[in-house]
Design a protein. Sequence first.
Length: 193
Amino acid sequence: MKIGLYFGTFNPIHIGHLIIANHMVEHSDLDEVWMVVTPHNPFKKKNSLLDNNHRFELVYRATENYPKIKPSNIEFKLPQPNYTVYTLAQITEAYPNKEFCLIMGEDNLKSLHKWKNYETILEHHHIYVYPRISEGKTETQFDKHPKIHKIAAPIVQISSTMIRNAIKDKKNVAPLLTQEVWEYIDEMNFYKK
């Protein structure tokens, strides 16, 4: 079984994330997509980040109706800050009969050469890339790399930051979230301050 790992803080998960995950599982050779909730990205300010378990609950609720898309909290048990190469090693060891691939936006592919042990990642895993509108160029070494697959997914211009700011400003963001996610955010009063 081939699993695509889609990493993110998912703060909160929105329909853009689901559109990409669903497109990847329906229009590539991936059997499932696991939404890996990352505990804390060192490049993001932590003050606006919901607790790990609340973000996992949001992902769980968002993916409940999609049998091929699953929530994953594997990184919660790993030492922080964590690197993708370590997560891949752990998850491969935990599920030896599954093949794991990375899902990333084109913007992340542009900085892949700066990732810790990126050569090891490419040696052992395929990478599925979805388009993003972003600045800069992809390293030429990745242009025709046999393990990098560009998937013509829809370009989604929705961000979790935009949603958090809109909630704080008392705007209606319900169309950008699944009903289950919106109800949980509203019930818990998340992002309102």
